[in-house]
Design a protein around this ligand. Structure first.
Ligand code: BTN
Length: 252
């Protein structure tokens, strides 16, 4: 493990990322913080060159090529009611979206609830997990990969493949952390409203017909937006249904 000082890579925060630990290899940065959240302070960042058990939502695996993708988790101990803690995933999505815009001049879209898309391909994913009062925001961004594994090539891409620019991974991390602190403060001071507005500016699913697996049902309809609580709104023909959680698959 190495302590990384992110200031020289552009970190401008008061708290997030001031303590940053880098592992060449780890099981999963989320798992590591879940197991150690009591002994680390608010804003601690764990990042890794490679994860042997990278986790995505719904128990999926998160693949990250050695050193070319950005893999990190942020430990947050916010003084927020539960309903706002659950919105940290959206604050993180805003942070990734605006960072990509700042660094590459490209504006990605947010695929509800937690994926970042450019040109119909997934560039980044976010997995927020809770343990006691702590929230662990785990983010994987495909930054410098020259190619992706065959199995995900049709659905995912990297920022390098899209922009032909290779950037220093810790610079990308620092810019995301700067925005994450800004949006965490927004959540604390102004609530979810401004974050929802930011997400809805580039809402990948808007107007698309999707089917969503909610756990017990599969609901199909056209996405009309996201409500004030972060739930997906689906026009099913006879009424607008509110989807609390699930995975939305675009119907072709
Ligand atoms: C998803 O797309 O379903 C979420 C992917 C989240 C991946 C990141 S990589 C860093 C952190 N550690 C993990 O094991 N997962 C998150």
């Amino acid at each position: 493990m190495k302590e990384i000082s992110l200031e020289k890579f552009g970190l401008l925060t008061k708290q997030i990322g001031k303590n940053c630990q880098y592992f060449d290899e780890i099981s999963s940065t989320n798992l590591y913080l879940l197991e150690n959240c009591e002994r680390f302070s608010d804003g601690t960042v764990i990042t890794a060159g490679y994860q042997t058990q990278g986790k995505g939502r719904q128990q999926r695996e998160w693949m990250g090529e050695k050193e070319t993708s950005l893999l990190f988790s942020v430990l947050l101990k916010p003084d927020l009611p539960l309903e706002l803690k659950l919105k940290i995933v959206f604050a993180a999505a805003c942070a990734v979206k605006l960072s990509i815009h700042k660094l590459y001049g490209i504006t990605p879209s947010v695929k509800w609830p937690n994926d970042i898309y450019i040109e119909d391909k997934k560039i980044a994913g976010i997995l927020c997990q809770m343990s006691g009062n702590s929230v662990i925001a785990g983010i994987g961004v495909n930054v410098n990969q020259e190619e992706l594994p065959e199995s995900i090539r049709s659905i995912a891409s990297s920022l390098y493949l899209i922009s032909s620019q290779k950037l220093e991974i810790f610079h990308v991390l620092s810019v995301i952390l700067n925005y994450l602190e800004k949006f965490s403060l927004t959540l604390e001071q102004e609530g979810f409203f401004p974050i929802r507005e930011e997400i809805l500016k580039n809402f990948y699913l808007k107007g698309k017909t999707v089917s969503v697996e909610t756990g017990k049902d599969i609901i199909t309809g056209m996405v009309t937006g996201m409500d004030e609580d972060g739930h997906l709104l689906l026009d099913t023909g006879n009424r607008v249904k509110t989807i609390f959680a699930g995975d939305a698959h675009i119907c072709s």
